[in-house]
Design a protein around this ligand. Sequence first.
Ligand SMILES: C[S@@+](CC[C@H](N)C(=O)[O-])C[C@H]1O[C@@H](n2cnc3c(N)ncnc32)[C@H](O)[C@@H]1O
Length: 347
Amino acid sequence: MISADDDEPLHVFDLPQLYTKPCAADILEALELLRVQPRSFGSDGPDAVKGRTVQSVGVTKYLTSIVSSALSWLESDDLREAVWDAASARLSERSGRTAMGAMSRVFTIPMSSSEDFTLTLHEPALTSDNLGMKTWVSSYLLSRRLHSLFETTPELVPATSPSVSRNKAGKTLRALELGAGTGLVGLSFAALRGSAASIHLTDLPAIVPNLSHNVSLNSELLSKTDAIVSTGVLDWSVAPEPLPAADERYDIILAADPLYSPEHPKWLAQTVGHWLSQNLDARVVVEMPLRDAYSPQRLEFRQLMGTLGLAIVDEGEEVGYDDWESADGGSLEVKCWWSVWGWSEKI
Ligand SMILES: C[S@@+](CC[C@H](N)C(=O)[O-])C[C@H]1O[C@@H](n2cnc3c(N)ncnc32)[C@H](O)[C@@H]1O
C-alpha cells in the first residue's frame, strides 16, 4: 500500500519494487497514480493533477521494468495481463496524445459573470491524423469568449427577447460551425443561445459520428435550454451543388483552429462564401492559435476573406495553455487570435 498521508510528490522508489514481489493490487494502485491526466485549458494556467503525484525521474524505467517482467509470482495470467496492460497504457500516455486512449473530458463554460455550465465531450483515441478527435485550445478560448461576444456584437443576438428570437428578416437565427471536431464551440453556442438560434455542427465524415455522440452526451443540458442542434458532413474542399439558396445560408459561421494545411485558407474562405448569408448583419467568428508555422495561412485567409467582401468588425488576442504538451507537468502557453467578420459594405 502506498502511504497517502502527505501531499509531497512521491519518488519512484516509494512505489512497489518488483524485487520485493508485490501483489497485483499494489502494483495496479501504483500504476493508477502514474496515469497522465488531461490538463485543463484554463486561461489562468493548467490545473494541477488531483491526488498524489509521482516525480517523473525514473518513471519510464519503472514502467519498462514491469512490462518486461514475467511477473511469475502473481497468481494468475489474468492478473499478469492486467498489470502489463496498465503499465503499457502508462507508457503510451508518456508518448504524447496520439498514443493515448479514448477519454471523456468536462469543460466549464461561463454564461455570465455569475453562472457557468459544463459540457462533457468524448475524445476517441487519436488514430491517423484525425485532428477533430480531440478538443483544441482555441475552441476552449472561443467557447469561453462567446457570452461576452454576444454582449459586444449585437448581430450575434438579434433577438429582442429571449423567447422571441428572430433576425431582421423575421426568421430564426441560423448558425453553422465549420470543422467542429468534438463540438465544444457549437455546443457552447447552443447552450448559451438556447432556442434563440439553431446551430448545425459540421466536419469531415470520420469526425461526425463522435460529434453526434457528443451532442447526445449533453442532451440534458441542451434540452433544458431548448437548444436546436444538428450535425452533418461539410467538407470545405467540395463546393455545394447547386449553391445554397438564400434561405439555406447561415447568419453566423463559427470556426476554431481551422488552418493547418496550405489548402485550408482557400477552402475555408470559399466555404464561407458559399454558406454565409448575404444579409448585412451576417457574421463569421473565428479563433486560431498564432503558431509561426501557419502565419502564411493566416495572412492568405485574411486576404481571401477581404476578396469575398468581408472585413474585421472586432478582433483580439488571448492566451491559453496546450493540454498535452508535457506528460510531466510542463505547460505551454499558446497565443490565439480571435476575429469577428462582417460584410464590408455595411461596416
Ligand atoms: C485542429 S482541428 C479543430 C477542431 C475543433 N474546432 C477544435 O478547435 O477543437 C481542425 C478540424 O477541422 C476539420 N477539417 C479539416 N479539413 C477539413 C475539411 N476539408 N472540411 C471540413 N472539416 C475539415 C478537422 O476534421 C478537424 O475537426
